[in-house]
Design a protein around this ligand. Structure first.
Ligand code: GLA
Ligand code: ZN
Length: 671
C-alpha cells in the first residue's frame, strides 16, 4: 500500500464487513462506495469463526464471494488475517487460548484481542489461517496490503506465559546470579535460586496497582517480554504469508503512542506502518500530530497508512460527540501533512448489533447517501482523486528531533517516587508542542536513529541511558549538535539500577552539572524563575544542582534553593547541552525552544496565526506545504514564495495574503 507502482493516488477507504449483512445489500454497498470515491476496503478483520467452523474445517466460500464482488467493482483490498478474536469453539476445546488478566482471573470466551500470545493453540491456528489465506488469495491482483491481526494489545498472566517468561529470562540473563544482580533482589530478601521460583509480576505478586510495583526490574522485564512476545505472533503470521507470497506488503494497525508495545522495535518487523487515529474532539491538534510523527518516525521517515479513523463518532467514549463539519476532512489532510499516503475509515457500513452499532460509518443506518457525513466523505473522495499522486511518497525533512523510548516510558512510570504526577508523554508533549505549534519541522526518533541528521535533539526525561546511548549523545554534541534534556535524566541503566556517583549519571560530563537533590512539588505549589526578564513557573520537580562547567541561564527565586541554577547550558566539544531542571509553562517552552532553534538558523515552515498548522513534504524538486486552519474562525496567512494550491488550483505569487476559512486546508505546491 506504500511504494507500490499499482497505486497512483492517496488510497481512500477502510474496514468493510459485508459478512455481517445479507448478500442483497452488497450491490447497494458497491454503488454507495463508488459514489463516495472509495477505492480500497480492508476485509476479513474479524472472520475467524466463519472461516474455521471447527478444528479441521475451513470454509472460504463467503470470503471468495466478497473478493469477487469487490474485485469486479474495481476496489483494492487490504487483506486482514482475522486473528484478533478467536472462535468460541476453540476457546471451549482449547482453554489455553484464553487469557489470564492482571488480577489473575482466567477469562472465559468473549470480547476480542482475547488470545494468549503463548498459547500453543493460538500459535498454531493463527499461523495456519494466515497461511491458508495467503495460499487462497495470494494471486489476487486487487490485494495491495496484508493486515495481520488487529490492534495487538493487552497482556496475559497465565501459566503458559509464566513458563515463557522464565525462558525469556534465561535467554537474557544466562545465569540466575546475573538476574539477581539485574533485579537487585538482595532488597527485601527476593534472591532467586531457581528459575522456577520466578512468577509473573501482577496483582498476585509484585504489583499493588497497575503501575505500582515493588520491583521495577521485574516489571520492566515483563513489559519487554510482553511486547516482544506479541511481536513474535505478528512475525509468525508475517512469515507464513511471505512464505507463500514473497513480495506481499504486510502491516498491522498500530495505535500511536500505545504504551504496552514498543513500536520502535515492532516497526523493524513491518513492511509499512499503519495506524488508527481516534482523537477526542477536544484534543489539541498538536497531540494528534505527535502521534502521526511517531508513526512516521518509527520507520525512518517512510510514509504510512492511516488505517482507521471514524468518519463521525466513536461509540466507546462516555460522550461520543460528532466530528464537527469539516473536521474529518481537516484531520485527514493533517495525517497526510505528517506523512500519510492513505486515508481510511472504520468503517464502511454501520452495523446493527453489538457494541459498535452506534460507531460512525460511511453508510449510516439510514442506508443512503443523503447524510452530512456521507456528503463530506464524498467531497473528500473527489478532492483526493483530483490530487492524484502528487504527494505520494513525499518525505519530511526536519533539523530538530524529539527522542522517545519505550523503556524510558515504562521505567519512569513504574518508578516509586519522586512524583506520582510524573508522566513521560506529558513531558515529551510539552517540548513537542512548543515546536509543532510554532510550525517547526520535527521528527520523533528513538535510540537507533542517526543523530547526525539533526542540529537539535531534545530528550525529555532521559531517565535511562541504556546500551551506551550516552555515547551517542556525547559524540553528537561533541561534533557540534545541540542537545536538550531535563530533570530526572541519567539516573539508571537498562535494568533500572541507579548509576552511582551523582546524577545525571553518564550525562554529567556532557551537561556540565551535578544534580544533588530533586524537590517534588505538590500540584498546588510552584517555584519561579526569570528567563529573559520574564517570570515563569517551576513545577513538578525542582532539581538542585551544582555547575561543573555549565553556565546558568536562570535561577530559582524562592525556597532554600533560591538563587541556585534551574536552567543551564554547557559547551561540550563543538556543541552545546542544555539542562532544564524543572517543568515550566507552555509559553516558556515556546520562547526557550525558539531561541535555541533560531541560534541554529532553523526557521518555522510557515509563520502563521495561532491554531494554523503547517508542515512541508518534499518529492523530487517539489515541496508540498500543508496549511491547516484548526480554528473556528477565518485567518489570513502569508504565502512566502510562489505556490499553487492543489485543492483549488489557485496560483499565489510570493507574499500573497490568503484568507482561510475555519477548518480549511491548502496544499501549496512549489513552482
Ligand atoms: C479499533 C478497531 C476497530 C474498531 C474501532 C472502533 O480501532 O481496530 O475494529 O473497533 O476501534 O473505534
Ligand atoms: Zn498467557
Amino acid at each position: 500500500m506504500i511504494n507500490d507502482e499499482r497505486i497512483n493516488k492517496i488510497l481512500y477507504g477502510g474496514d468493510y464487513n459485508p459478512e455481517q449483512w445479507p448478500e442483497e445489500i452488497w450491490e447497494e454497498d458497491m454503488r454507495l462506495l463508488a459514489l463516495a470515491g472509495i477505492d480500497i476496503v480492508t476485509l476479513n478483520v474479524f472472520s475467524w469463526a466463519a472461516l474455521q467452523p471447527d478444528e479441521n474445517t475451513y470454509d472460504f466460500s463467503k470470503l471468495d464471494k466478497i473478493m469477487d464482488l469487490v474485485e469486479k467493482n474495481g476496489l483494492k483490498v487490504c487483506m486482514a488475517t482475522s486473528t484478533a478474536a478467536h472462535p468460541a469453539w476453540m476457546a471451549k476445546r482449547h482453554p489455553d487460548i484464553l487469557r489470564t488478566d492482571f488480577s489473575g482471573r482466567k477469562h472465559k470466551f468473549g470480547g476480542r484481542h482475547n488470545s494468549c500470545q503463548n498459547s500453543p493453540t493460538y500459535q498454531k491456528y493463527s499461523v495456519l489461517l494466515a497461511r491458508k489465506l495467503a495460499e487462497r488469495y495470494g494471486n489476487r491482483e486487487c490485494i495491495v496490503g496484508w493486515h495481520v491481526c488487529n490492534e495487538y494489545g493487552g497482556e496475559c498472566y497465565c501459566d503458559n506465559c509464566e513458563k515463557a517468561f522464565r525462558q525469556w529470562l534465561k535467554e537474557k540473563y544466562k545465569t540466575i546470579d546475573h538476574l539477581n544482580r539485574a533485579w537487585n533482589t538482595a532488597f527485601w530478601g527476593h534472591t532467586f535460586y531457581d528459575w522456577d521460583e520466578i512468577v509473573l509480576p501482577n496483582l498476585l505478586s509484585e504489583h499493588f496497582e497497575e503501575n505500582r510495583t515493588t520491583f521495577q526490574g521485574i516489571s520492566l522485564d515483563y513489559r519487554r517480554f510482553n511486547s516482544e512476545g506479541m511481536l513474535k505472533c505478528f512475525k509468525a503470521e508475517y512469515d507464513a504469508i511471505k512464505s507463500v507470497i514473497p513480495d506481499a506488503k504486510i502491516t498491522t494497525n498500530l495505535m500511536g503512542f500505545y504504551k504496552p508495545l514498543d513500536y520502535q522495535m515492532w516497526a523493524k518487523a513491518m513492511d509499512f506502518i499503519s495506524w488508527d487515529n481516534y482523537p477526542a474532539n477536544e484534543d489539541p491538534y498538536s497531540r494528534i500530530a505527535m502521534n502521526h510523527d511517531l508513526m512516521r518516525g518509527i520507520k525512518g521517515g517512510q510514509p504510512f497508512v492511516l488505517m482507521e479513523q471514524t468518519p463521525s463518532v466513536t461509540n466507546w467514549l462516555s460522550y461520543n460527540a460528532l466530528k464537527r463539519p469539516g473536521v474529518m476532512r481537516l484531520w485527514s489532510y493533517q495525517a497526510m501533512a505528517h506523512g500519510a499516503d492513505a486515508v481510511m475509515f472504520f468503517q464502511m457500513r454501520r452495523s446493527i448489533g453489538a457494541c459498535e452499532k452506534y460507531h460512525g460509518a460511511v453508510i449510516d443506518h439510514a442506508g443512503t447517501e443523503n447524510t452530512r457525513v456521507f456528503r463530506e466523505i464524498q467531497a473528500l473522495g473527489q478532492e483526493l482523486k483530483k490530487l492524484g499522486d502528487k504527494t505520494l511518497g513525499a518525505v519530511s525533512c526536519a533539523r530538530a528531533a524529539v527522542f522517545v523510548d519505550w523503556d524510558n516510558w515504562w521505567g519512569i512510570e513504574y518508578s516509586a517516587g519522586p512524583s506520582c504526577d510524573l508522566k513521560y508523554l506529558d513531558e515529551v508533549f510539552l517540548y513537542y508542542q512548543a515546536l509543532e505549534e510554532q510550525n517547526y519541522a520535527v521528527d520523533i526518533i528513538g535510540t537507533e536513529d542517526d543523530l547526525k541528521k539533526y542540529d537539535v535533539v531534545i530528550a525529555p526525561i532521559l531517565y535511562m541511558t541504556k546500551g551506551g546511548y550516552d555515547e551517542k549523545i556525547r559524540s553528537f554534541v561533541n561534533g557540534g549538535g545541540t542537545f536538550i534534556t531535563t530533570f530526572f535524566s541519567g539516573y539508571v541503566d537498562e535494568h533500572d539500577l541507579v548509576i552511582t556517583g551523582g546524577y545525571p549519571g553518564k550525562l554529567r560530563d556532557i551537561l556540565g552539572i551535578w544534580v544533588e537533590e530533586s524537590d517534588a512539588l505538590p500540584p498546588d505549589m510552584t517555584n519561579r524563575f526569570l528567563y529573559e526578564g520574564k517570570e515563569y513557573p517551576a513545577a513538578l520537580l525542582c532539581d538542585i544542582m551544582h555547575l561543573e562547567g555549565a553556565k546558568e541561564l536562570a535561577v530559582y527565586q524562592k525556597d532554600f534553593y533560591a538563587d541556585t541554577p534551574v536552567i543551564t547550558v554547557n559547551r561540550f566539544g563543538k556543541g552545546k547541552a542544555y539542562y532544564m531542571g524543572t517543568r515550566s509553562s507552555k509559553e516558556f517552552y515556546k520562547v526557550f525552544l525558539r531561541n535555541i532553534l533560531e541560534e541554529q538558523g532553523i526557521l518555522p515552515v510557515l509563520k502563521a496565526p495561532e491554531g494554523v498548522e503547517a508542515t512541508e513534504r518534499f518529492k523530487g524538486e517539489k515541496g508540498y506545504l500543508f496549511v491547516l486552519n484548526h480554528n473556528n474562525r477565518p485567518v489570513t496567512c502569508v504565502v512566502k514564495d510562489e505556490r499553487t494550491d492543489l485543492l483549488t488550483g489557485i496560483f499565489y505569487p510570493a507574499g500573497s495574503e490568503v484568507e482561510m476559512k475555519p477548518k480549511d486546508v491548502m496544499i501549496l505546491e512549489s513552482v
